[in-house]
Design a protein. Structure first.
Length: 508
């Protein structure tokens, strides 16, 4: 609903007077000026005349009904200790569903609804209750309506040299001249002007997630700092409001700087109360743990018209590159007056390269990441300098210009391999180079399927990815036999020399 001039709801024009002055005319003209404002207004008392202190925008098409409550008013103050002010306050809350409207008028032109009413009712100075109907687009419930009680006769105010009402403290000073052409500026409470932000992830179609932080700016760049009746220190949730601090009944407050007034999402949603019609920018400044801000959710511009969002706002991750096998693109439908902001859920994978028999970790292997385990797999590429919120991976088949991309090759010096910030789904790691002394798996054996299924959880391969060491076969022949032959030959030579020398000595 549009916020109206913050004028006093009790319209008495000299209620403290104890004498009744009969009006010369039998009727009075009452004009209600309906206005809306772009910000909260300081309370301004009605003066009964056209008043330039009210500077809002005229609002047409608003229906007002007037009820004669003269008898009820005098019944309350006759023979009772109840003050006139208290009686009027009671009448403001009067349930009118069983009353008959005396007249109906709709604001037009400059937001004016005009009535011509009897000055007397059953011989008494008349008392009227003006009740505003719902504004266009408002919920069909009797909340937030402007109600005004007018007690006749009304008097003209004293005016200063600038033709403005003369004030006596917070009250207007009145003359003794009866006013039969009365101008009133109604006030509206801002009720149920609530915009809800729901925080969701790409990994679930219905679940809400906690921990995101937002700032909200109005069209002039000022930051939302809470509701006038709301609680301090960023606690602006409906649950934090109390009976005397009903956050839905006042205008949102904005300051020049954020001053750490980030709104923290708890229970998956946050409510902003009291936002006037206009344009706003919602910015996510911190994503929940294990989720990432997408480019689409960096800054969201939305408009409020007639107290409601002008359309449905669903901010979903628009990235289509790098979707793995089993990836699910969950859709999120907004409720009334709700903005849905989606974060991309990311996970990681990790595995060890081990000896098939000893289970010791092995270094030196190389792996590629494939979309499937076919004979011609589609391999994963990584962008070298991705923008904030941009998904950094894509499959080779998706790239028309791979200039700023490089193929993902997993290497390790300690036998442990990992890859982070992946969309949820199934990935196939393919061993392309085996450690020294180990056989390279072939065919389907070269692929290991790893399911990255939960945001923030590292998907692992139990017992690692094994490699078989190349075996050692026994030798046939070899250098051992030649050594024995050589030794035998040397022995024969030595024996021959010895025999020859001994024979010569014998002959001599």
């Amino acid at each position: 609903m549009g916020i109206l001039a913050l004028a006093g709801l009790v319209v008495t024009f000299g209620l403290s007077r104890q004498t009744t002055v009969d009006a010369v005319d039998n009727t009075v003209n009452v004009t209600l000026h309906k206005q809306k404002f772009n910000q909260d207004q300081t309370a301004i008392p009605n003066s009964g005349i056209e008043d330039g202190r009210f500077t809002g925008t005229p609002l047409n098409g608003i229906t007002f009904n007037v009820y004669d409550v003269t008898d009820s008013y005098y019944a309350k103050i006759t023979g009772s200790s109840e003050s006139r002010t208290d009686a009027i306050a009671d009448l403001e809350k009067l349930d009118t569903k069983n009353l008959t409207s005396q007249a109906t008028a709709i604001t037009e032109g400059q937001g004016a609804a005009k009535f011509s009413l009897p000055a007397k009712s059953n011989g008494k100075d008349a008392v009227y209750l003006f009740v505003e109907s719902e504004e266009p687009g408002a919920d069909p419930t009797p909340v937030g309506k402007s109600t005004m009680v007018l007690v006749l006769p009304a008097y003209k105010p004293e005016l200063d040299g600038n033709q403005k009402p003369v004030m006596d403290g917070n009250n207007i000073k009145y003359t003794d001249d009866v006013n039969t052409d009365i101008h009133l500026y109604p006030k509206n409470k801002v009720i149920d002007r609530k915009i809800t932000i729901n925080k969701v992830g790409t990994d679930n179609a219905t679940a809400l997630i906690d921990g995101a932080e937002f700032t909200l700016q109005n069209s002039t760049g000022q930051f939302y700092t809470g509701n006038k009746n709301g609680q301090e220190n960023g606690d602006w949730s409906k649950a934090g409001a109390t009976a005397d601090k009903d956050m839905s009944t006042n205008v949102a407050q904005f300051g020049d700087k954020a001053n750490n007034k980030n709104v923290i999402v708890t229970n998956g949603s946050i409510d902003f109360y009291g936002l006037l019609d206009g344009s706003y920018t919602l910015k996510e400044v911190k994503a929940p743990n294990n989720y990432v801000q997408t480019t689409d959710s960096q800054a969201i511009q939305f408009t409020i018209a007639n107290g409601k969002l002008d359309k449905s706002y669903v901010i979903e991750d628009s990235s289509t590159l790098g979707n793995p096998e089993g990836f699910t693109d969950n859709k999120h439908d907004p409720a009334t007056n709700t903005i849905v902001v989606e974060n991309r859920a990311l996970g990681s994978l990790k595995f060890d390269k081990v000896d098939a028999n000893t289970k010791e970790k092995l270094s030196g292997a190389t792996f590629k990441v494939a979309k499937d385990n076919s004979t011609s797999p589609d391999y994963l590429y990584q962008k070298e300098n991705p923008a904030t919120g941009e998904y950094a991976y894509a499959w080779k088949s998706e790239l028309t210009d791979p200039t700023s991309w490089k193929e993902v090759d997993l290497t390790s010096t300690d036998g442990s391999y990992s890859l982070s910030n992946l969309k949820l789904g199934n990935y196939y790691v393919q061993e392309t180079t085996a450690p020294d002394g180990y056989a390279l798996p072939q065919g389907d054996s070269a692929f290991t399927k790893i399911a990255v299924s939960t945001a923030g959880i590292v998907a692992t391969v139990n017992d690692g990815i094994p490699n078989v060491h190349k075996g050692a076969l026994p030798s046939t022949g070899g250098k051992g036999i030649y050594l024995f032959i050589a030794v035998g030959i040397i022995a024969l030579i030595i024996a021959g020399i010895y025999f020859t020398r001994g024979r010569k000595q014998f002959e001599a």
